[in-house]
Design a protein around this ligand. Structure first.
Ligand SMILES: C[S@@+](CC[C@H](N)C(=O)[O-])C[C@H]1O[C@@H](n2cnc3c(N)ncnc32)[C@H](O)[C@@H]1O
Length: 411
């Protein structure tokens, strides 16, 4: 029986935990719908002679029970809910008729007009489930439905959908890894916290463009310009974080890359903990991996490098303050990624050659990776100091040393 099409669907949230759900057909439709049914805790029986590899894996993992056979009358008798999606139109029609007889709400992939239920486009953000159905009167338009869902989920995730005064404010400080520089390379959580901030204390590196988008009431502080008087610069930053948080502000400490990769993130987290201030840490995409990648260099590659080591080149190899074991690095076969290494690149290359690396080992310097100004300069350990000088390579740059540097060129 066709359901009259001029009424909108009645939305409802089914609580399917422990309840029998029958899925007929193990193809793409089942593959797309099963994860949400599994997440809902449903007792799922799949009836289908075949299944896609992903659906098969769900059966192997015990998430669904799979009966390898075609639909047979009686399959829907004890079901609470059914998804009918076999390639056989007659089987679909028969199963739908059975669902009707047993009063089982039934979704049909082949004939939505005859189905008794429709699956909304769904998404989740921060504990909210968004489900979008376009009404029958407006015509069903799956693309539009999905686009609305995407817009709502994106708006909730990045904070643009909820008006500021209705937002649940994030108390304390968020240490947010902003990624290497491209504003698209911050995490969704970082973006949302930034949209909710009253005060943002930002480094020079990282997604500076995002700061320009902040509303005018947000106080943006350049971490490098905080006057520090009798304190160390880092102490002054810690104090500023504490001060603003104590004033009840939502504070974001926006850092380049990941907060815990040469980012002093833990020093700030500790200072906040000592001051009794709540602190969340949001990881970021570190330049150590993403900047080589943006320049076409994989830090590992099958048959070329099974390890990559990230080191700071802030102090020269012969500096007594250095904690890096350059002789061990010289003996490694894998990729070496040096951050903050432009100024000391000559001494670093010399140390590696002295400790066993071939002078011909390929080196790439990637300056301002993932930004409009990105550039890559190639050299070898032997030539890198002169090349970097001649090409006027400046920080911020990531130095990649090893055979992976040449890998992308073969494609
Ligand atoms: C103090 S460290 C911070 C690293 C950061 N926490 C991360 O995970 O990327 C700064 C160094 O990271 C590297 N760096 C950061 N962003 C970069 C970018 N967009 N392009 C090239 N190098 C970058 C440079 O080596 C720079 O000197």
């Amino acid at each position: 029986m066709a359901v009259p099409a001029d009424h909108p669907a009645y939305p409802v949230g089914l609580r399917l935990a422990g309840r029998r759900v029958v899925v007929l057909g193990g193809g793409q439709v089942a593959q797309r719908r099963l994860p949400a049914l599994i997440a809902a805790g449903a007792d799922i029986v799949l009836v289908s002679p075949t299944a896609t590899p992903s659906v098969e894996a769900m059966a192997e993992a015990g998430e669904i029970r799979w009966e390898r056979r075609p639909y047979a009358r009686g399959d829907l008798a004890d079901a609470w809910y059914a998804l009918v999606a076999t390639p056989d139109a007659r089987a679909n029609a028969a199963a739908s008729a059975e669902a009707e007889q047993y009063r089982v709400w039934c979704v049909r992939s082949d004939d939505a007009d005859r189905a008794t239920a429709w699956t909304p486009a769904t998404g989740r953000s921060e504990g909210v489930t968004v489900a979008v159905l376009t009404s029958a009167a407006g015509g069903r338009d799956p693309r539009r439905t999905a686009a609305i869902r995407d817009a709502v989920v994106a708006g909730l995730s990045d904070g643009t959908l909820v008006a500021p005064h209705h937002r649940e404010r994030t108390a304390g400080v968020a240490l947010v890894g902003g990624g290497p520089g491209d504003p698209d390379l911050i995490t969704v959580r970082g973006r949302r916290l930034l949209a909710e901030a009253d005060v943002v204390i930002a480094d020079r590196l990282g997604p500076r463009d995002l700061l320009a988008e902040l509303p005018p009431h947000v106080e943006v502080i350049d971490a490098a310009k905080i006057p520090y008087g009798r304190f160390m610069a880092q102490e002054a930053i810690n104090n500023a974080l504490i001060e603003h948080a104590k004033a009840g502000k939502a504070v974001v400490r926006l850092k380049g890359g990941d907060p815990f990769v040469f980012g002093r993130g833990m020093e700030e987290a500790q200072a906040l903990a000592e001051a009794g201030i709540a602190c969340t840490v949001v990881p970021g995409i570190s330049s150590s991996i993403s900047v080589p990648g943006a320049a076409g260099i994989p830090v590992t590659h099958r048959g070329v490098a099974h390890e990559f080591t990230v080191v700071s080149g802030h102090v020269a190899p012969d500096d007594p303050r250095s904690l890096v074991d350059w002789s061990a690095l010289g003996a490694l076969r894998g990729t070496l990624v040096v951050l903050m290494g432009v100024d000391k690149i000559g001494a670093i290359a010399d140390a590696l050659i002295r400790h066993g690396k071939a002078p011909s080992t390929p080196v790439a310097l990637v300056q301002e990776g993932t930004t409009a100004a990105q550039r890559r300069v190639d050299a070898t350990l032997e030539t890198v100091a002169a090349t970097a000088r001649a090409e006027d390579v400046r920080p911020p740059a990531v130095v990649v040393i090893g055979d992976v540097v040449g890998v992308g060129e073969h494609h």
